[in-house]
Design a protein around this ligand. Structure first.
Ligand SMILES: [Zn+2]
Length: 327
């Protein structure tokens, strides 16, 4: 955004999200890449994120999530309020996002899956990194209902990443792990062990003053697919590990995968509240309103390349006020 456009953008934003607004846009990121990745076109690279952060710093008032959630409830949000969140605990959050947060003076919450810290690889990344390394030619994926697939070019690999991710996401965790390990063996290569943060990086984010570390379970299960006791352990053990790592209480939580009723239920929202968290976020798409359950705040993923498109999206989101909730 050129300098002269910034006051105009701020004027539009503050007209749409005035002081005392009952609307809170919460942004959801996962990774940020050094360079664009043709296998993950929806993942922003560092230039795209800088563009979005510059727009946020110029036209919005980015707040810490638990404070914004409380202000939303009380009808005390400042004009142009917004929040930034990252899910899972990727190392690039430390290496690439933190310098941007510092540069633009933006606070964020990073939800960390503690079981994958220090060298782990989440199933979705196992799929991406394995498909990247598979030799060209035919591959039999009938075990997960995808039949015989041909790998020829980048487009066929990208399509395979999407189809495989969808096909294995809801498999029983043991089966999913076995399938992914076998796929990886078939590629004949090793998975990267530096995608997620280590303990030291989590601590340094927390100590930076710009990042709150939020809960995201130990092993990223679909909570609705495991029993209540297991779900409670996933939430509490993750909370305790974060507190041990950072020396600070974890205040906010994000449900893995996050779709209301499909991935978590009202029972999990209750467990999260009883565990002492102050608020929680889902992946239901929308802008949070004062009518929202503070333990099921909706979010959305910004995919815009330019600051102007990004601001336009933020404006449009003000009309998405009826996201789904688990009841
Ligand atoms: Zn996640």
């Amino acid at each position: 955004m050129v300098t002269i456009a910034r006051p105009i953008a701020r004027w539009f934003v503050q007209a749409r999200y005035p002081s005392g607004t009952r609307l809170l846009p919460i942004l959801m990121y996962h990774r940020v890449l050094k360079e664009p990745d043709p296998l993950q076109p929806a993942v922003p690279d560092v230039r795209q994120m800088a563009e979005q952060f510059r727009a946020l710093a110029g036209a919005f008032r980015v707040l810490r999530l638990h404070e914004a959630a409380e202000m939303l409830r009380a009808g005390r949000l400042p004009a142009g309020a917004a929040c930034i969140t990252f899910d899972d605990g990727y190392r690039d959050n430390h290496d690439l996002a933190l310098p941007l947060l510092r540069e633009f003076k933006l606070p964020a919450t990073i939800f960390v899956t503690t079981g994958f810290l220090n060298g782990g690889c989440m199933f979705n990344d196992t799929v991406v990194e394995t498909v990247r390394r598979l030799a060209s030619g035919a591959i039999d994926l009938s075990e997960v209902g995808l039949g015989q697939r041909m790998i020829t070019d980048i487009a066929s690999r990208r399509a395979l990443v999407n189809d495989l991710t969808r096909a294995v996401k809801y498999l029983e965790p043991g089966h999913r792990h076995e399938f992914c390990a076998d796929l990886c063996r078939r590629s004949g290569s090793r998975l990267p062990n530096d995608l997620m943060m280590d303990d030291h990086q989590v601590r340094s984010l927390s100590d930076s003053g710009w990042v709150d570390i939020g809960g995201h379970t130990v092993s990223h299960p679909i909570l609705a697919k495991i029993d209540e006791e297991q779900a409670r352990r996933e939430i509490i053990d993750n909370r305790d590990r974060i507190e041990e790592l950072t020396g600070r209480k974890s205040l906010c939580f994000a449900y893995p995968n996050g779709k209301p009723d499909l991935d978590y239920t009202a029972l999990h929202a209750k467990i999260v509240r009883e565990a002492g968290f102050l608020s929680a976020v889902s992946t239901a798409v929308g802008v949070a309103t004062d009518q929202a359950d503070p333990f099921q705040l909706p979010r959305f993923m910004p995919r815009e390349r330019s600051a102007a498109q990004f601001v336009a999206r933020m404006m449009r989101m003000a009309t998405h006020r009826h996201p789904q909730f688990a009841r």
